[in-house]
Design a protein around this ligand. Structure first.
Ligand SMILES: [Zn+2]
Length: 696
């Protein structure tokens, strides 16, 4: 049994994870499941990168300590991995983690002992207002947050002598070209290193939220040095627990660091240099994949362009389709892995209907139904499988594609098996053979049924890493009682056959065909409702319940990733790219005419009830004198429906109607948003006021 250690990037927990982080984690989960089925002992690491001034500032803006702030965000990641059916993983977090402090300080002491650390004058641009390092060097630069010219500062920092590693790194790329994949990324890295490496500052004086520098309380570690080392901490490096130390001995070096292309330089240049300086073994491979772009036009209507995975899964689940598996299949099948890819709801539905509902779904339901109908519900006697050559070749091709992370091709080979099996049924016409009395026809019928079921056996094993839920469902319908994950994806698969006389399970549809219009409507509806609930909130300012807040600038550290070009970013690079995500413009002034455009009325809540599948929403009927309005408000976590009935509230009446979780909302109840969590407190009146009275 060999070991396999793979990592996702250590994610940056300044906001809720989006489909970009989910993509990397799903891919790693697929690889982890595949390696386990190949018989490897797998360690699969993910986690959060929690230090640095950006997070320190984000926490301050939220009125929390950095420690509490990141601890809460960390849980959002773990929750999403649960929701996405991510298999067993290890989780490392970099703050408040004594093992990690020891790891980072150990790495530094080693590098220092070997002469690769020196203290010298650091010169750079720094924004005093935002307490933020803007750029290294004296070149004038503006702060990318507040736009002010950044000050030139100089301070004594510790530098890592990256320049000393230029030749060794180039030799590494020559001797082990698989160190950086895909090929074209290796070429990028080589030319960067050839162009000359400069020493880099690995400590900071003006930041407090970080790992303390050994023997110099004035400095903390620069975040990248800290973050990369967590790949070792996460599997027990410098742990005081002997069992965890043994784990490190077994699993290091990593077999695979899976990353987004934006953080390639840190992983392919800095990280091996840091490890060489500390005389530690290097990881075997860094694989940089592309970004996911979203069909921007569609989403921009409802502003924001970040896709979250949860509403996609929920929308498909609501039609009885296995949402998680469908999303995984789509992400891996749609585009060659490694390159940029676009995400589109249309294509997701198309893939689902053609590949899953049609090809695979039909094969499963036909096969199981025929076994019930023509073979008394059990697997017929085994036949000698002649012409197995095609199957064996497809299995081999699948394995080879998986080994090079060419998931799209691997899946296309499985679909090759599916179409072989479907073709066999169409040609043999079992329903006609069943009517024939001839012994030859009965033999042919049994043979067809056996071979088809055997195809399905192989298919469910091969699909298990990518679509574990559906594959297990097929497996069960074939009457298999062993755990599918205990099956092996190796050469033995080619010679393992279904046990004759096995009772097959009940035929159940796995992939119901999706109606395109209805599914699209549901996807948009849930995505919007989800973004609505996730809206940044701000204290002492009306929270716009049930309406987009795009009209108001909402400075918040919680704001979603919405970089230009509608990039759904993969795990963010820190320091590599300017942070454009935390806008802080003051609300601009408006005229009295602008204000008069907003029609606000006194309304009385006549009824209140929960909205199905939406824990935060209440549906209110509000009497505003001339009419009763239906409004959806995001207050369910803080108000019981019966508290609201009879209450006089303020309703904005001239907003365009919109749907939240399928329920139409005709207006917006005004509330203050209180505290860091944005608790809504409804505006009401001390004196008795008539329904319908206008606010001005
Ligand atoms: Zn600034």
């Amino acid at each position: 049994m060999s070991k396999y250690y793979l990592t996702t990037p250590i994610y940056y927990p300044n906001a809720r994870p989006h489909v970009g982080s989910a993509y990397t984690t799903i891919v790693c989960d697929v690889i982890a499941r595949y390696r386990r089925m190949c018989g490897d002992e797998v360690a699969f690491l993910t986690g959060t990168d929690e230090h640095g001034e950006k997070l320190q500032r984000a926490a301050a803006a939220a009125g929390e300590s950095p420690g509490d702030f990141v601890a809460a965000k960390r849980e959002l990641f773990k929750k999403l991995w649960r929701d996405l059916n991510i298999s067993e993983y290890k989780f490392v977090h970099t703050s408040q983690n004594p093992d990690h402090v020891r790891s980072v300080q150990w790495m530094l002491r080693q590098a220092n002992k070997n002469g690769y650390i020196e203290k010298k004058e650091y010169e750079g641009r720094y924004c005093v207002d935002d307490e933020r390092y803007i750029s290294d060097g004296a070149e004038p630069a503006n702060c990318d947050i507040c736009g002010r010219p950044a000050e030139l500062i100089s301070e004594q920092n510790y530098f890592f002598k990256l320049s000393a590693f230029q030749e060794r790194l180039l030799r590494l790329y020559e001797e082990r070209p698989e160190f950086v994949r895909p090929d074209f990324r290796l070429n990028e890295v080589k030319s960067f290193v050839k162009s000359g490496l400069r020493d880099i500052s690995v400590s900071r004086r003006r930041i407090k939220w970080g790992i303390p520098w050994p023997d110099d309380p004035e400095q903390v570690f620069y975040v990248w040095y800290d973050a990369l080392t967590s790949y070792m901490t996460g599997i027990g490096f410098q742990s005081e627990d002997p069992a965890r130390q043994a784990e490190f001995q077994k699993f290091w070096p990593a077999d695979l660091h899976m990353i987004g292309k934006d953080i390639l330089r840190f992983h392919a240049v800095y990280w091996p240099a840091f490890l060489m300086a500390a005389e530690m073994p290097l990881p075997k491979m860094v694989f940089a994949h592309g970004w996911i772009y979203y069909e921007a036009d569609k989403m921009s209507k409802s502003k924001g362009n970040v896709v979250y995975p949860e509403p996609i899964v929920d929308a498909l689940d609501s039609f009885g389709a296995p949402g998680n598996d469908a999303l995984r299949y789509y992400l891996l099948r749609e585009a060659p892995f490694g390159q940029d890819t676009s995400f589109s709801y249309d294509a997701l539905i198309q893939r689902f209907n053609s590949d899953l509902a049609n090809d695979l779904g039909n094969l499963v339901s036909r096969t199981v139904a025929m076994l019930h109908q023509f073979s008394a519900g059990s697997v017929p006697p085994a036949v000698s499988l002649k012409n197995q050559q095609g199957t064996i070749q497809l299995i081999t091709a699948y394995q080879e594609a998986f080994e090079r992370f060419d998931f799209s091709s691997a899946l296309s080979f499985v679909w090759g098996l599916i179409s072989e099996a479907n073709k066999l049924i169409v040609q043999a016409k079992p329903w006609e053979l069943a009517k024939s009395a001839s012994a030859a026809d009965q033999d042919k019928l049994r043979e067809t049924l056996y071979i088809t079921a055997q195809f399905l056996r192989v298919i469910s094993v091969l699909l298990c890493p990518v679509m574990p839920i559906s594959a297990k469902w097929i497996w069960k319908q074939l009457g298999q009682t062993r755990d599918l994950e205990d099956e092996r994806i190796d050469d033995s698969l080619k010679f393992k056959f279904l046990e004759p006389a096995t009772k097959v399970g009940k035929a159940e549809p796995i992939f119901p065909r999706l109606d395109k219009e209805a599914t699209l409507a549901k996807l948009y509806e849930l995505a919007e409702a989800d973004m609505e609930q996730d809206k940044p909130k701000e204290a002492s300012k009306p929270v716009q319940i049930g309406k987009p807040t795009d009209s108001s600038p909402t400075p918040s550290t919680e704001s979603r990733v919405s970089t230009p070009e509608s990039r759904v970013s993969t795990p963010e690079s820190r320091a590599a790219t300017p942070d454009s995500r935390i806008p802080t413009p003051a609300p601009s002034q408006i005229s009295i005419e602008d204000f008069a455009k907003v029609d606000m009325r006194v309304g009385e809540v006549v009824s209140a009830e929960p909205v199905a599948n939406a824990t935060k929403l209440l549906k209110l009927m509000v009497d505003i004198g001339a009419e009763v309005r239906q409004v959806v408000a995001g207050v369910a976590e803080y108000y019981q429906p019966e508290q609201l009935v009879g209450m006089k509230v303020v309703l904005v009446t001239n907003l365009q109607p919109r749907k939240l979780r399928g329920v139409e909302s005709n207006g917006m109840v005004v509330a203050a948003s209180v505290g860091p969590e944005g608790r809504p407190v409804l505006a009401t009146f001390k004196e008795d006021v008539p329904k319908g009275a206008k606010l001005k």
